[in-house]
Design a protein around this ligand. Structure first.
Ligand code: ZN
Length: 287
């Protein structure tokens, strides 16, 4: 607008500098500085907000790190659009809609299995209920770390991927719970590392999943590591991405040595593959 008014020879370089600065200095960049991830079933979303914004998802407050990172995700079968509301301190409110893209998953029917593999014996039902409660509590915790948002996720073990997120088996005609992790088959004793920084919130031997660890990565995002042979960390330990946390095993109800890595946003199960894809450098299988 003032461009045509300024014609003096000494001013152009200063003027050019002002023009360069203008898009960031003058334009309102909006409440979202960047976002990673995709709205898809099993998908993980990570957003960096401008300062002084409070975020709600479907009217529930979202935890925010000191660097203004928020995160949320979609469960295997989520279909509903979610509404992210961003309220700035000056009162202005924006809403952002995310509709998960629908996926299809592998199913496999297996019949003629002996009954003991299909239903657990009565005497362990109380233990199974206690285990489930402990896992649920650990996944309900909130901390405000956000290293995963900047550094992404590492493959937690060297091995061969033998199971993927979302697949479902039908045993003796009964649909079982879908598979929520990535299975990485590897010899017993293969090191398992933390896929991202975090704090250990569960380290125990559980009926179904054997040697089990939960790592809280912050903002409701956690990893679950199942069927471990040994655990080298305990509840309350802080771990760094790449740090050894245990070894691959076949503990619990498992048919052979493998790591089952699950990623959670609170009680929702996310697809670890999408989390790996957020940082392409780390996204290649190790074998
Ligand atoms: Zn598995």
């Amino acid at each position: 607008m003032i461009y045509t008014m300024i014609k003096r020879p000494l001013l152009p370089s200063l003027f050019a500098l002002l023009m360069l600065c203008a898009p960031t200095a003058l334009a309102d960049s909006g409440p979202i500085i960047w976002q990673k991830g995709k709205a898809i079933q099993g998908g993980l979303m990570i957003l960096k907000l401008a300062p002084q914004i409070s975020a709600r998802l479907d009217d529930k407050p979202l935890p925010q790190s000191p660097q203004n990172i928020i995160s949320f995700g979609f469960h295997r079968d989520d279909e509903a659009t979610v509404t992210l509301s961003l309220q700035q301190d000056n009162g202005s409110l924006t809403t952002h809609l995310y509709t998960p893209h629908i996926r299809s998953y592998q199913t496999q029917s297996i019949s003629g299995l002996p009954g003991k593999y299909v239903s657990p014996p009565d005497e362990v039902l109380a233990r199974i209920a206690r285990d489930a409660e402990a896992v649920k509590r650990a996944r309900a915790l909130t901390s405000y770390q956000d290293a995963f948002a900047h550094e992404g996720f590492l493959w937690p073990a060297n091995g061969t991927v033998t199971g993927v997120y979302g697949s479902q088996r039908i045993l003796n005609g009964k649909p079982r719970a879908p598979h929520y992790g990535i299975d990485i088959a590897a010899p017993r004793g293969t090191p398992v590392i933390a896929p991202a920084d975090g704090e250990i919130t569960l380290a125990d031997d559980l009926y179904y999943t054997g040697g089990t660890l939960i790592i809280d990565h912050g903002l409701g995002i956690s990893s679950t590591m199942l069927h471990l042979d040994t655990l080298s960390v305990t509840v309350g330990d802080s771990v760094s991405a790449g740090e050894r946390i245990g070894t691959v095993g076949s503990s619990g109800r498992s048919t052979g040595p493998h790591l089952d890595w699950r990623l959670n946003w609170y009680q929702k199960r996310l697809d670890p593959q999408y989390a790996l894809d957020l940082l392409p450098a780390n996204a290649s299988p190790t074998k």
